[in-house]
Ligand binder design. Structure first.
Ligand code: ADP
Ligand code: MG
Ligand code: MG
Length: 211
């Protein structure tokens, strides 16, 4: 199995729909330790991405899908997740530049590039209670699953499980980056909204290519 530009566009649409369906929960999580806009911000961002990538020519390459996603997400989102995901999508595009179709190793590289891009852009380390705490374990799990012989769906499924575990683990963390850092130990006991949305995004990607 390989992933075409059209498959990638369909994946972005699935992610946009999943975020839209769950945006109230994400904003509620942000309401506890942030400013209650995370679901709304991602909803606006991914809806802009959905519209932009759906309008691409069928002959466009995967790198163009990611670059288009980056540009539209950045333009649409004012919150801190805007530049973080824009960087992630740009890096994902760079990881697959020149490819007409994506294979399992390309998708593993995409998840790794997104994780690294978010980390480089936001300067958060593991344990800072951010989306990095879901993206980094996801990237590691995808690589490990692929090394063990898993296909695209299996590798992304491993990434999705690790992202969910990473998101759960943020409950026990003290925020030291982003808005929640201002709360001090009052952020303890609550899941980071960016880690929660990461788990949703990667779960949707995995399910999309497992079906
Ligand atoms: P804002 O905080 O500007 O309202 P959002 O609500 O959209 O932005 O996103 C908040 C999420 O962004 C947090 O839950 C956290 O996961 C993530 N985040 C914030 N700052 C950083 C950072 N420096 N590095 C990585 N992720 C971050
Ligand atoms: Mg917020
Ligand atoms: Mg905000």
């Amino acid at each position: 199995m390989t992933i075409s530009t059209q498959d990638l566009v369909a994946m972005f649409i699935a992610v946009a729909d999943a975020i839209e369906a769950d945006k109230d929960r994400l904003s509620e999580l942000d309401g506890v330790i942030g400013d209650a806009d995370h679901g709304v911000s991602l909803g606006i961002g991914f809806s802009a991405v959905k519209e932009a990538v759906a309008g691409l020519d069928a002959s466009a390459e995967p790198v163009t899908v990611f670059n288009t996603a980056a540009k539209s997400f950045l333009n649409a989102v004012g919150a801190s997740s805007g530049p973080l995901y824009a960087t992630a999508f740009m890096r994902a595009g760079a990881a697959v530049k020149g490819k007409a179709e994506l294979d399992r190793d390309d998708m593993v590289a995409v998840v790794a590039a997104m994780a690294k891009g978010i980390q480089d852009r936001g300067k958060a380390e593991r344990g800072d209670k951010t989306m990095v705490d879901a993206w980094l374990p996801a990237a590691e799990a995808a690589a490990e699953a692929a090394q063990g012989g898993a296909g695209i769906g299996g590798s992304l499924d491993a990434a999705a499980k690790a992202a969910q575990e990473g998101a759960e683990a943020t409950k026990a963390m003290l925020a030291s980056k982003g808005r929640a850092a201002r709360l001090g130990d009052r952020s303890l006991g609550h899941m980071d909204p960016g880690a929660a949305s990461t788990a949703l995004i990667i779960r949707t990607m995995a399910d999309h290519f497992s079906a």
